[in-house]
Design a protein around this ligand. Structure first.
Ligand code: ADP
Length: 485
């Protein structure tokens, strides 16, 4: 397996080579175009000169043609031929019948096959403007021809084709070859080495971060943070993000540890009581009645532990996002009425008056059992934390977009210092802990209640004054068309 460093360097060098080759070919094409253009201009100038020789001769009254009886093809006069021969390069003069009436020495020197090629190509030569480029095989030479029209004057002459060697335009000039074969590979090689070294530095920096990260996340060093050193300055953003992640991990690990410790602690007490009860029931000296009492107490502890384990399971599922909510339209009035009736029984036992002064006929989308659990949690808390003679009031309110369920009590209230913690798991006001001893709750009720409200797209809020009482309010979204008037 190649290392990322080698792979990246190879990719970089390959890219560089591709760009260089493309650039080189584009430059060559541009240069060739320019050279062809120059050659075409040169050939055109030769054609112009030849045309002037012929028209000058005709205008000065000289004989352009020598007419001979035996000649099948008319020949140019020796004077005109002599002047045309002074012009260098390939030159061919054609008459209106397409016959060649003059060929320059360069043309005459061509061998049979090249002559045939030339004739065939000249037949296709554009009348003016564009140049025609073709290869003369036996000479291994590329030639460029342009046509010059004589406009049917003088005599029967039609046009002149003038050409020049163009091989130089399509071969790579030596100075280009020097660049292409020596300098460019040197530059690319140097760039490749540079990239390799740079990537090595980057890799070292990343290795340093990885080692440090591994040391921090071994579980015992989450208090440590990645430091920004000279080696790692390029990765400031990465370090900041990783440090933020370590902070979050630290917080959630601390929470998890606290949660586990609290849960074990909460289970320890009922287990100890259970053990003592069972031991008491098993004592040989115990009477049947004493055994019965001990077993009843044991059963109560088992119920208590079942409650705790159920609460823990609910919270664990909520944390995992596995909301086992069975949503359906729920009419709040009968549900609250039911809760109210239970609360009255509980209140009576505690000497607390429970009232339901107002309620509204509304429907919410929700899980009936969970909503009942939420309302009961709040109501039992209110009764539990209200001394005898106090009052608890329930109410359902209807608003344009939502519905509220509120529980107000005239109980012991919550101090400003305690208030921010009431929704934390296992949290109980110390005062309450000692006062209620182990008969009190586990401090999970409000955490579960808040989860139920939020899982329904709602909220659970509270306000309280120490010694005056508390108000807990659940706000739930209305079901579509759930508001009855
Ligand atoms: P618990 O099972 O202990 O009642 P909760 O999560 O329901 O646990 O409540 C957490 C703590 O919040 C309680 O221990 C108590 O200190 C405080 N609390 C909750 N409801 C009330 C209330 N109505 N009046 C005063 N304190 C309350």
């Amino acid at each position: 397996m190649l290392s990322t460093r080698v792979k990246l360097t190879v990719a970089f060098v390959a890219g560089l080579i591709a760009v260089t080759i493309t650039l080189f070919l584009a430059l060559l094409a541009a240069r060739n175009d320019a050279v062809y253009h120059d050659i075409a201009q040169y050939a055109a100038a030769q054609g112009d000169l030849a045309a002037r020789v012929i028209t000058d001769a005709a205008q000065s009254g000289q004989n352009v043609f020598v007419t001979s009886d035996t000649a099948l093809i008319p020949a140019l006069s020796s004077k005109v031929v002599a002047r045309l021969q002074a012009l260098p390069g390939y030159l061919v003069v054609v008459d209106t019948a397409g016959r060649v009436v003059y060929s320059s020495n360069d043309v005459k020197r061509l061998q049979g096959s090249d002559m045939a090629t030339l004739r065939a190509q000249l037949a296709d030569l554009p009348k003016s403007g564009e140049a025609l480029i073709f290869t003369l095989d036996s000479l291994q030479e590329k030639v460029l021809f342009v046509s010059h029209s004589l406009g049917g004057n003088p005599g029967s002459l039609s046009r002149i084709a003038s050409g020049a060697a163009a091989t130089s335009a399509s071969t790579i000039p030596p100075e280009y070859m020097f660049d292409a074969l020596l300098i460019v590979p040197l530059i690319i090689g140097a760039a490749g080495v540079g990239a390799f070294l740079f990537l090595g530095r980057t890799q070292r920096q990343l290795n340093e971060i990885t080692t440090e990260m591994a040391a921090i996340t071994d579980g015992r060093s989450l208090h440590r943070r990645l430091a920004l050193s000279e080696e790692t300055t390029d990765f400031e953003d990465l370090l900041t993000t990783l440090n933020a992640m370590i902070s979050r991990l630290e917080t959630s690990f601390a929470g998890l540890r606290r949660f586990t410790a609290d849960a074990s602690h909460e289970l320890k007490t009922p287990l100890a009581v259970l053990r003592a009860d069972v031991e008491r029931a098993m004592m040989e000296s115990a009477s049947p009645n004493e055994r019965m009492v001990a077993l009843e107490e044991a059963l109560q502890e088992v119920r208590r532990m079942t409650d705790l384990v159920e609460s823990l399971l609910t919270l664990a599922r909520a944390d995992e996002g596995r909301f086992d909510l069975h949503r359906e339209p729920v009419e709040l009035q009968p549900l609250v009425q039911e809760v109210y009736e239970t609360a009255q029984i509980l209140g009576e036992a505690q000497g607390v008056t429970v009232n339901l002064p107002f309620t509204a006929d509304v429907v919410v989308m929700g899980d009936r059992t969970r909503l009942r659990q939420l309302f009961l949690n709040l109501v039992t808390n209110a009764i539990k934390y209200t001394p005898a003679g106090g009052k608890v009031e329930l109410g359902v309110g209807r608003h344009p977009d939502n519905v509220t369920f509120a529980v107000r009590d005239t109980g012991i209230g919550i101090s400003a210092a305690d208030f921010p913690h009431i929704f934390e798991r296992f949290w109980r006001a110390d005062r309450v802990r000692s006062r209620m001893s182990e008969r009190g709750g586990f401090g999970l009720g409000l955490a579960i209640s808040q989860w139920i409200a939020q899982a329904h797209g709602g909220t659970l809020t509270a306000s309280s004054r120490l010694g005056r009482g508390s108000l807990f309010t659940v706000t739930l979204p209305l079901a579509e068309g759930g508001q009855r008037s």
